[in-house]
Design a protein around this ligand. Structure first.
Ligand code: NAD
Length: 428
């Protein structure tokens, strides 16, 4: 038995382990492809995992040690690519899963990157800006030997942002003794960021929703949307969907959600959130604190855009949406995904739906290396082209193999990576 199928058995035992969830998707697709044993084993485990323990001087003069990771799942198609997450919940299995999803995501949209991911166990809400900066710089120094424009290119993820990328770029550049902008993406515009990067993931979610609507025969104006998460992906995704004519019925953050049957005025909701750092108190909607109940609100489109393991075997039966477009990575467990597909719910999987971010990260990396910057119109139109083409290819793969979109996306991406493997051969 290959190690891949051994792990799939474990997935049934541990629904909430994101790496095992990823393995289930991988194994299903690998079975459809009839992937040969050796290639299957190589692609089902990460190439490299680095764990670092970094000391940080805190504001009160004490020293705290933080544990961080950088996992490179696969770099066959190009440098590793993947965000860095700061969260108390970070763990190695989560980072492994996120790194593997990056391999498949880059391959689905056919950008020349492999997959990687990083994370640091910390709670930035309890840290000053100075402490966050010192942690970021020290973590960067600890992983510096394995990152770089041609090796592995980090980007923002949960609780990291343009400022974090600026600190990483500066730390790397100081060590290289030259300014090296292409070492990270998601940077501020003034130091080599790309126009359109900030809203790229949300824009990709919107493009995916538009394509999926055509597939199931719905119009934006008849589509009530529930969005979980009001950050970079959820907040900006909801704003773009709202502009496109969708009716945003509810949006949440980690503390609660607002809901209005007549639809939310998204610019006003986001302005309220920006000013108050909470959705509570927004006058034109009801406010609830009961977390996951939001996912069960009656709607046509559900966009989970917060974190992993939100739609599980525990609530899948109560989900009312006909369509789920996954803004977050791994929001639906493998078990829940199967339950929903059997009920006829269409799921546009994370590795396709949220690939807008990495696509414009690729554009940013290209622009940095060219030293020539594109207009926002060019960025957005090239993003649209790539997302629409990828959606079409995933849909056609689904028809060819008679599988749902998630399995189709895995089949398409694994097949691309495996063919590079066969072409390059095994270095020895
Ligand atoms: P973010 O930190 O900007 O926003 C996260 C949002 O989710 C916040 O509003 C937070 O309050 C909310 N949230 C967290 N836990 C929640 C919970 N349990 N219930 C409801 N809301 C909750 O992060 P982001 O960059 O928007 O990333 C969100 C997800 O999208 C992650 O899974 C990330 O890996 C994925 N993703 C991000 C990008 C990107 O470009 N930022 C690209 C692809 C995928």
């Amino acid at each position: 038995m290959s190690s891949g199928s051994a792990v799939a058995t474990h997935a049934q035992q541990d629904e909430f382990n994101p790496f095992l969830s990823m393995q289930t998707g991988f194994d299903t697709a690998a079975d459809h492809l009839g992937l040969e044993g050796g290639v299957r084993d190589v692609l089902s485990m990460p190439d490299r995992e680095l764990t670092v323990n970094v000391p940080v001087l805190m504001d009160d003069g004490s020293v705290r040690v933080f544990t961080g990771y950088r996992v490179q799942h696969n770099v066959l198609r190009g440098p590793g690519k993947g965000g860095i997450r700061f969260s108390p919940d970070v763990n190695l299995d989560e980072v492994r899963a996120l790194a593997a999803w990056m391999t498949w995501k880059c391959s689905v949209v056919n950008v020349p990157f492999g997959g990687a991911k990083g994370g640091v166990i910390c709670d930035p809400r309890t840290m000053s800006i100075g402490e966050q900066e010192r942690l970021t710089r020290r973590y960067t120094e600890a992983i510096i030997d394995i990152i770089g424009p041609d090796r592995d290119v980090p980007a923002p993820d949960m609780n990291t942002n343009e400022q974090t990328m600026a600190w990483i770029m500066d730390t790397y550049s100081m060590h290289e003794r030259k300014t090296s902008t292409a070492v990270v993406t998601g940077k501020p515009l003034s130091i080599g960021g790309s126009k359109g990067r900030r809203e790229a993931t949300g824009r990709g979610v919107m493009i995916s929703a538009n394509e999926a609507l055509k597939m199931i025969g719905l119009r934006p104006e008849d589509t009530r949307v529930v969005v979980q998460g009001a950050g970079n992906v959820g907040g900006l995704g909801a704003l773009l969907l709202h502009r496109e004519g969708y009716k945003i019925k509810s949006i949440s953050d980690m503390y609660g959600y607002v809901v209005n049957d007549r639809g939310l005025d998204m610019p006003a909701v986001l302005a309220h959130l920006g000013e108050n750092r909470t959705l509570e108190g927004y006058a034109e909607a009801d406010y609830e604190t009961s977390g996951k109940a939001q996912l069960e609100i009656d709607c046509e489109l559900l966009v989970p855009a917060a974190t992993e393991n939100q739609i599980t075997s525990k609530n899948a039966e109560r989900i009312k949406a006909r369509l789920i477009v996954e803004g977050a990575n791994g929001p639906t467990t493998a078990t829940a995904s199967k339950m929903l597909s059997e009920r006829g719910v269409t799921i546009v999987p994370d590795i396709l739906a949220n690939a807008g971010g990495v696509t414009v990260s690729y554009f940013e990396w290209v622009q940095n290396r060219m030293g020539y910057f594109w207009t926002e119109e060019i960025v957005n139109s090239r993003l649209e082209q790539i997302m629409v083409d990828a959606f079409c290819e995933v849909r056609q793969t689904g028809e060819k193999y008679d599988v749902d979109l998630r399995t189709a996306a895995y089949i398409l991406s694994i097949d691309r990576v495996a063919s590079v493997y066969r072409m390059r051969g095994i270095f020895s």
